[in-house]
Write a protein that binds this ligand. Structure first.
Ligand SMILES: [Zn+2]
Length: 58
């Protein structure tokens, strides 16, 4: 993957997400120059679902 703006290769970095007051870390592709993060929609959906099921179990 290449950043369309900066024309540099994206690097995978652990990134902290916050959702419903929960913090989770997941590696995502990020542009080292402009900091733009590329998160596949599937990942977002999967993570949200993960947290929602965690909440429901309580
Ligand atoms: Zn960039």
């Amino acid at each position: 993957m290449i950043c369309g703006k900066c024309n540099v290769e994206l690097k995978e970095e652990p990134t902290v997400f916050q959702y419903l007051g929960h913090e989770l870390t997941h590696p995502v592709l990020r542009c080292p120059v402009c900091g733009q993060v590329y998160i596949p929609e599937d990942l977002v959906r999967g993570k949200m679902h993960e947290i929602e099921s965690m909440l429901e179990e309580k």
